[in-house]
Design a protein around this ligand. Sequence first.
Ligand code: FE
Length: 133
Amino acid sequence: MADPEVKKSEDEWREALSPEEFQVLRKHGTEPPGSSPLDKEYGAGTYSCAGCGQSLFSSEHKFNSGSGWPSFYQPLDNATETSVDFKLIYPRTEVHCSRCGGHLGHVFKDGPRPTGLRYCMNGIAMKFDPGKE
Ligand code: FE
């Protein structure tokens, strides 16, 4: 991962975020499926990073994966970076914010057209801005 533009110490992040946001964004946690209201959000707007405010996803690319986590078939340009996560037996591709390095979720290759990708995101790691382009 490239050196993030937004850098804070662990204590600074703990102060800036709620305990649940901190666990996901800074500790690679996963929210319980179905726990985020953003899973069921289908209005027009932009999803931004709860850590640094960078715009990450457009509602145009959101779809219902049935997983209980907000899912998109592509991110906004240059908004995210990926790295390989070996925490489970099989490697998974981790998705994080390109600006602050916050953990957002994982990307899988079983998504819909046109990309065939499924960005499986933690809703708590994002804020929804209705109508924002
Ligand atoms: Fe961020």
